[in-house]
Design a protein around this ligand. Structure first.
Ligand SMILES: Cc1ncc(C[n+]2csc(CCOP(=O)(O)OP(=O)(O)O)c2C)c(N)n1
Ligand SMILES: [Mg+2]
Length: 1055
């Protein structure tokens, strides 16, 4: 809070207030000549009532009038007409031409003339009394000022430590002392403008009452920021709900409900503190009102039609939310404290990160509701986009196109909400057609501290919620010690979401009674704050006292509710003691009911498809829209479509066609496909063109893959905002919602995936192990050393491989279902395919698997147009499958015992090696074997290849630098494989690649063999052929790039 107040102070000091609130000042202002300096010939500047105080308002009116004379009141219209026609100062105003008879509550203008002051009175046809206009303008401006700035002086802080930051200055005085009115004016009646609802049915009120009501609405325990919203309708909607007197009043039943909920929220933390005093639980003490608040949002939302709510939240109060909002069985929660072993697979997570999914009856609305809290990592706010993706997916599968049935609630800590960039990225998804969830209710448990850091050191904005202003979300700040005010804003926020389907923020200003966690000492760093906290009564006590005083409950009832909840906890505690194991599955946030049932976990469906399907998809994909005559597409695209069609006719596919055929065939099978990322519709490299644009009609587009078959599944391809963290998180959330979908995220260039590193590390690589939650998400990562400089070259293949969880020292025993077994056990699949057919199959395999695994796919750039990078239908039709390894198929394979070198490689470099081998005429001497899937490591197939070439040296050829690419991953695995395969064969030093090559990755001059052939039982080894180690992923110099490539290829040819 202090920031806001400091901002206010600063503005008063620097004179900003002067500009903003010049109407408040009781001193004469200079005429606003400058305002009109550039206007067309007009006498308005000389109008006597156009003093500085009203000039801003009048200027707005004037601008509006200029653009549309009907947009201003008729009186202003008349005035501006007269003024611009050259009327003399003071006579331009004429009374409104069509003033209807005064209705019951309306006040005739004449009655507003002050009794004293010596002003001329109004009579028909005479110039208006200037003071009346000035005073009314001032009152309007006061009202507006409260609406805009009232939140700065609202009593939001339950600790009331804001004065410390203000140096003892009372901010309200900043406004009060600046009124142009004297005490005598306080009882004058003023007509209320249509932009306020403080009068309810009254159209005019005495100034004193106007101020009272404004104080009540805007400066009490609720502070509202909403006047930046562009829509007048939305601003009025909020004013209507916040301004009428007594708007926060609750019935006795409602008050009792709040008390009961507060009792549970408080009782839960007390119980945990009593039973496990030294366990970290990140308790809610100080912000216990969060639980009733969330329940209020849920009640109101369900009443308004919501059936499913997906929530994301940080550590603070998480267990309490699971227990008291989701009603997760308490004994399950308590077993988490018992240190029991898990009954099922997975490495698990700490208790305050786990998710849950629950379907239950909402007792208040008597409607069934599904509640899910997404599991999340420690990384604050990382779950935000994941929740949004999951919400969007659920809306999609339910056909809830407007978000009426499914919604998200995101909880935030104050420091994290302001500090984490992903909040901004997520906010910016909120109104994008393919990403919107039609409004999220954000709730900030604002305890005015982040770990040990004060807000003044953790943000530069007035409030921790300022990020929400960018999306025009209204922000409700509310004092946590006023439960009824909190419930009121919760109701309004839920109604806002249901009405406008836009984001809204509730900022619960509270405090943290203990340290950051329960074993932390807060007095080290916040001594004064904590002295104050120690003297502050818990809100439950305060509210119970209030309700007892009001006669709503008795002290006995309060005690009774408290004792009952304690008993519930005690019973659950005893039940938990009986448990011997925990089950990770109890904490699953996205159960895929039915998906695993009856499935053989090792049985994979086929990925080849009938040729007719390939032809059909290929032709549709290569054709302009059916209404081609009216739909004009770009000539260049027509050429691309024509070339595609020729490929289809020749039974060949390039990368784009193979991808389209994979998508199309899955869509045919009822699998929803969603491809999202920056510029994915066209494709960064202009190769995809999934959306065709009419060259003459704006927004007229055609997406061939969405029109393949009448009964196909929906296809979504969407250009995303320029965000990796947010968008990848979103797609992960989307992917965990339904297993029968292929969800892909494409990085613009693979390099940019590190901006989303947290999602990759925390959710994709480890999500299943921590939370038993599967995801089949595909990451398409353009990757390849093509001389484009340090960036745009490497997708950091090595990082993904390093995080692969398969043991390099263990070669799984061979079996017929080797492939699927390995896939079952791995944490993700990492592949660098070299052929379009491989792409086709590996994408289809994602769905053919009886489980889901993330796929990290390095994808090509120049290969997209490489003449040799083509496949034929023969590689994709029925009976064909994904080939984890593509063996040598040329002359070397005809006579394998003569082969002197086998180069294993992966991805794009294959085509460079192929060319080099051809040019050096070494096609009989060197075999090239491609690993289309690097991880899990295809031991079984590599073993067969090695055996096929008993006299060949083995090398790993890669284009990446030695400390990058696949080398560090494949080397120990080759070693494991080769150690199991000891061969008696001659070895020579040159065959091992030599120390120079091994150390520097460069070719060394062939040396005579000093030791001579020997015949010991030694394992064969694999040596390195590639670029030397480097700090940067690629050189910035084209010449250096070419030289490195030459070295690599020359070394490849050394035999
Ligand atoms: C991305 C990230 N950075 C740092 C941390 C370490 N950390 C855990 S809690 C915390 C303070 C959070 O403050 P706030 O968001 O206000 O929540 P509170 O604990 O006050 O409820 C920090 C810095 C983290 N969990 N995540
Ligand atoms: Mg905090």
């Amino acid at each position: 809070m202090h920031r806001a107040r400091i901002a206010l102070q600063a503005s008063t000091r620097t004179g900003n207030t002067e500009r903003f609130a010049s109407w408040l000042l009781n001193k004469p202002q200079a005429a606003a000549a400058t305002v009109y300096a550039n206007r067309p010939k007009s006498s308005t500047a000389a109008e006597p009532f156009l003093n500085g105080s009203s000039s801003a308002y009048v200027e707005t009116m004037y601008n509006n009038w200029l653009s549309d004379p009907n947009s201003v009141h008729a009186s202003w219209d008349a005035f501006f007409r007269n003024a611009t026609n050259g009327a003399q100062p003071g006579v331009a105003y004429t009374p409104p031409p069509n003033l209807a008879p005064y209705s019951k509550n309306e006040v005739p203008l004449t009655s507003l003339v002050p009794a004293s002051g010596g002003m001329p009175s109004i009579s028909a046809g005479s110039p208006i009394n200037e003071k009346i206009i000035d005073d009314h303008l001032a009152v309007q401006a006061i009202i507006r000022s409260y609406q805009i700035r009232g939140h700065h002086i609202a009593k939001l802080d339950p600790l009331d430590i804001a004065n410390l930051d203000l140096g003892g200055k009372n901010p309200r005085k900043v406004i009060h002392s600046s009124y142009r009115f004297d005490e005598a004016d306080m009882d004058r009646v003023f007509k209320l403008p249509s932009t306020t609802f403080i009068g309810e049915k009254e159209k005019a009120l005495p100034l004193r009452e106007i101020l009272n009501r404004l104080e009540q609405a805007y400066c009490n325990n609720i502070g509202i920021e909403f006047m930046f919203i562009n829509s007048l309708e939305q601003c009025n909607w909020i004013r209507q709900r916040m301004e009428p007197p007594n708007v926060t009043k609750m019935s006795n039943d409602q008050k009792r409900l709040i008390l009961a909920r507060l009792t549970r929220s408080t009782g839960f933390e007390n119980f945990l503190a009593k039973k496990w005093s030294s366990e970290k639980r990140f308790g809610l003490e100080g912000c216990e009102i969060l639980i009733p608040a969330m329940k209020q949002v849920i009640d109101t939302s369900t009443r308004l039609g919501v059936e499913s709510i997906i929530m994301g939240m940080p550590h603070r109060g998480r267990l309490n939310v699971l227990a008291n909002v989701c009603r997760k069985p308490l004994h399950q929660l308590f077993t988490q404290f018992a240190g029991l072993e898990a009954e099922d697979d997975g490495s698990g997570d700490v208790k305050y990160h786990l998710g849950t999914y629950i379907e239950r009856l909402n007792r208040v609305t008597n409607k069934n509701i599904r509640l899910a809290v997404c599991a999340n990592p420690s990384h604050l706010e990382a779950v935000d986009p994941v929740v949004q993706g999951k919400t969007r997916a659920e809306q999609f599968y339910r056909g809830d196109n407007e978000g009426k049935k499914v919604m998200s609630i995101l909880l935030h800590g104050d420091a994290a909400f302001a500090g984490q960039g992903v909040v901004f990225e997520t906010m910016h998804l909120s109104d994008l057609p393919a990403y919107t969830t039609h409004g999220t209710v954000h709730i900030v448990a604002n305890n005015q501290i982040g770990f040990t850091t004060d807000p003044r050191h953790s943000r530069s904005s007035a409030y921790c919620t300022d990020v929400a202003r960018v999306v025009n979300a209204p922000i409700f700040h509310v004092n946590s010690d006023n439960p009824e005010a909190v419930m009121h804003v919760c109701n309004v926020a839920a109604e806002w979401r249901a009405t406008f389907h836009k984001d809204v923020v509730i900022d619960i200003v509270s405090y943290r009674r203990n340290g950051h966690n329960e074993v932390d000492e807060p007095m080290f760093t916040q001594p004064l704050m904590y002295q104050k906290i120690r003297k502050t009564k818990p809100v439950l006590e305060k509210y119970a006292d209030q309700l007892i005083t009001e006669g709503v409950v008795t002290a006995e009832e309060v005690k009774d509710v408290k004792d009952k909840y304690e008993k519930i906890c005690e019973d659950a505690y005893n039940q938990a003691k009986q448990e011997t194991h925990i089950k990770y599955k109890d904490w699953l946030d996205s159960p895929w009911s039915g998906f695993f049932e009856g499935k053989d976990p090792l049985k994979m469906s086929t990925t080849g498809v009938v040729e007719e399907t390939l032809v059909h998809i290929g032709k549709r994909f290569s054709s302009p829209p059916p209404n081609a005559a009216e739909f004009e597409i770009h000539k260049g695209l027509l050429r691309i479509l024509k070339a595609r069609m020729e490929m289809v006719e020749n039974r060949t596919v390039d990368w784009a066609l193979a991808e389209a055929m994979a998508f199309g065939s899955l869509l045919k099978e009822g699998i929803h496909v969603r491809l999202s990322g920056e510029d994915v519709e066209r494709g960064t490299f202009s190769h995809r063109h999934h959306v065709l644009h009419h060259q003459k009609v704006d927004k007229a587009t055609y997406c061939p893959l969405a029109h393949l078959y009448p009964d196909q599944a929906p296809y979504t391809v969407c250009n995303s905002s320029l965000s990796e963290y947010g968008v990848l998180g979103f797609e992960v959330g989307y992917s965990v919602t339904n297993p029968n979908a292929l969800v892909l995220w494409e990085a613009q260039f693979g390099d940019f995936n590190n901006v989303a590193q947290c999602i990759i590390d925390q959710f994709i690589s480890s999500g299943q192990a921590k939370w038993v939650r599967q995801s089949g998400i595909v990451l398409l990562q353009p990757h390849g050393m093509e001389g484009m400089g340090p960036e745009h070259s490497s997708a950091r293949l090595e990082r993904f491989l390093q995080m692969s969880a398969d043991d390099p020292d263990y070669m799984p025993p061979e079996s017929p279902d080797y492939e699927v077994r390995q896939l079952h056990d791995c944490n993700w699949i990492v592949a660098n395919c070299s052929s379009p057919a491989s792409l086709f199959h590996i994408l289809r395999r994602q769905i053919a698997l009886p489980f889901r695994k993330p796929l990290i796919l390095m994808t090509p750039k120049s290969l997209l147009r490489h003449p040799e990078c083509k496949s034929t239908f023969d590689d994709m039709v029925e009976g064909t499958t994904f080939r984890r390894l593509i063996p040598e198929e040329g002359p070397a394979a005809q006579n394998p015992s003569n082969v002197r070198k086998v180069a294993f490689c992966s991805g794009r470099v294959y085509y460079d090696l192929l060319k080099q081998r051809r040019e050096k005429n070494l096609e009989k001497d060197i075999a090239i074997v491609r690993l289309e899937q690097i991880s899990p490591f295809p031991y079984d197939q590599i073993k067969a290849e090695i055996a096929k070439y008993p006299n060949a040296q083995l090398v790993w050829s890669q284009e990446e630098h030695k400390n990058m690419g696949s080398w560090s991953y494949i080397e120990p695995r080759f070693r494991t494989l080769l150690q199991n395969q000891k061969h008696i064969r001659p070895m020579s030093r040159s065959q091992t690649g030599g120390w120079f090559s091994q150390l520097f990755g460069k070719a060394e001059a062939p040396q005579s063999d000093q030791t001579g052939p020997h015949t010991e039982a030694v394992p064969r080894t694999i040596s390195y052929n590639g670029r030397a180690t480097a700090a940067s992923p690629a050189t910035g110099s084209k010449a250096a790039h070419n030289k490195e490539l030459r070295n690599l290829l020359e070394e490849f040819c050394v035999l």
